[in-house]
Design a protein around this ligand. Structure first.
Ligand code: VGL
Ligand code: ZN
Length: 191
């Protein structure tokens, strides 16, 4: 795909806790670090804006097992696990979108109760390229919400990885995104 003045990259939840060794490690996730980085570099070389969503939970978040949720504690605000992976070089111009920062609400989409749509609209961006973690949760919901908001959405299939709580969750999520009009590409196709 051609990166134009209408395009921005959205890196979803590329945080230490979601990579291997993290509190909610996505299996195989470290393997996609180089493709995430090359996508970041490609967009920056074109002078395009870079957005990064981050899971940003309070320590007693409702999605954690101690509060009756399904996840181990992860991405707690201002902890090291909530930081972007240190192997990723993010520019100073990075626009950070924090989500799920309220105790009693979870949010898998980068658009849910955030400024993401407003920040994109303000810059006249109508298409987004999505990469990051996890395919079957935050990547999926972010891409589907973007389609609902009428963005053209490209999914970087070599720069995403899924949790697969149930076998097949990631491939089902990709199918669901495609049905909603999301276009699959690989990072080598960015130009
Ligand atoms: C996510 C599980 C829990 C994600 C966030 O970023 O995909 N997954 N919280
Ligand atoms: Zn979370």
């Amino acid at each position: 795909m051609r990166i134009t003045e209408k395009t921005a990259l959205v890196v979803v939840d590329a945080q230490i806790d979601f990579f291997e060794g993290g509190a909610l490690a996505v299996p195989g996730s470290n393997a996609v670090l180089p493709a995430i980085q090359s996508s970041i570099d490609k967009f920056l070389s074109k002078g395009r804006p870079l957005f990064a969503t981050r899971d940003w939970h309070p320590a007693d978040h409702c999605s954690f097992k101690a509060q009756g949720g399904i996840w181990p504690p992860h991405c707690i605000q201002n902890t090291s696990g909530a930081k972007f992976h240190p192997k990723l070089r993010m520019p100073p111009s990075l626009i950070i979108i924090s989500k799920a920062d309220q105790k009693n609400k979870d949010a898998y989409s980068g658009f849910q109760e955030t400024d993401l749509n407003a920040e994109l609209t303000k810059r006249k961006i109508s298409e987004i390229t999505v990469c990051g973690l996890a395919i079957d949760y935050c990547v999926k919901h972010t891409a589907l919400d973007a389609r609902k908001l009428n963005y053209r959405v490209y999914l970087l299939t070599d720069a995403i990885m899924g949790v697969n709580v149930k076998a097949g969750d990631s491939s089902n999520a990709i199918r669901e995104m495609e049905k909603a009009g999301v276009i699959k590409i690989i990072s080598g196709e960015l130009e």
